[in-house]
Design a protein around this ligand. Sequence first.
Ligand code: SAM
Length: 318
Amino acid sequence: MKDLYGRNINYLRISVTDLCNLRCKYCTPRHGISKIKHDEILTFEEIEKITKIFVSLGVNKVRITGGEPLVRKGILSLIKKIGEIKEIKDFAITTNGILLKKYAKDLKQLGVNRVNVSLDTLDPKKYKEITRGGQIHKVFDGIEEARKVGLDPIKINTVLVGGFNDNEIENFVNLTLKDNLEIRFIELMPIGEAKEWDLDKFITNEVVLDKIKELKEIESQDICSPAKYYKLPHAKGKIGLISPITHKFCCNCNRVRLTADGKLKLCLHSNEEIDLKTLLRNGQDIEDIIIKSIQKKPKSHNLENGEYTKRNMMAIGG
Ligand code: SAM
């Protein structure tokens, strides 16, 4: 599927729930966000149906996200169905890792190739603080299990927050020396709770290169990846910098998003949504609607002019 700007849209990100077992401070209010009503959430059958339509239109990469995808009841039955779609060449999941130890083996067996784990600090106390109660040892156990069962590569997503974890950059980078990990630093975006945060919390990824002079840029194997990649000399793993604020990567954008309540989002930062769930439930032919919608994918985001999505990241999935 090509969009108006010649971009090949082959990547579907599916948020399967708006619920999460953590309350990360930049993402979620202390008491959570108002839950989407149960019957507004796509059923597994609907997700499977929509995914198959996207696949018939050329999607070959699918990521399951949330909220926290592993808290959705019966998630493995959906994973199994998606894992059986043979045209999908890259099947991944984004998780906070809290439940990964329990699920890693089944995920691998049911066709998931790889996993991205969100982890903003390596310090148990700070982890508890930023996630409002999370226990970091569960994430470490989850990563270890994912490695054991062969979910590969494991990518760690670290949102840089000024004054919180910028003093841990070196520790994160050093993790790549012995392990084939990808540590991806992500610039904090003015979405969710972070919208109200002071400017000094928003630091640019340049700080990583300023602090770690030995990092050398390497070629990315995937030109559609939002990350620019770097490596320490002799390191097994690599460092990715995802800089939506300071470096737009929209010209290579190959993705669309399906929210847990069945809306198609053509750009993470735009408020335009296509209500696939209602169309599907009304018996309409959504294939045609998807094809037409793709032509409306914006050329780029417009964050610099203050255009932010109203949805919380929990309701989109990152
Ligand atoms: N629960 C899963 C997880 O933790 O990976 C998936 C959903 S979570 C919303 C997806 C990603 O969005 C996480 O890596 C989180 O750190 C990131 N995120 C949430 N709010 C953000 C913000 N304002 N700026 C940058 N990243 C954000």
